[in-house]
Design a protein around this ligand. Sequence first.
Ligand SMILES: [Zn+2]
Length: 79
Amino acid sequence: MTPISITKFADMTVKHNKNVNRQELIASLKATLVAKKNGASCVLCGAPIWAAGSAITGTDMCFTCTTGEADDSEDYEIV
Ligand SMILES: [Zn+2]
């Protein structure tokens, strides 16, 4: 995955989702990133969570369980 800062990811997401509140999204991203660093695991398979995706869906899940795809090379992860 491509590393991206929380603010850049929030800007990008808000650009494509006009109904997303940027400040709330940033708060969620910070929270999921902390959870990931503390070892949060996917509720479905137990793999480490995809923090960027989990912040948006509101559920701790890994990339594959969130998107149904195995290839994460074109996606972003907050750092
Ligand atoms: Zn999973």
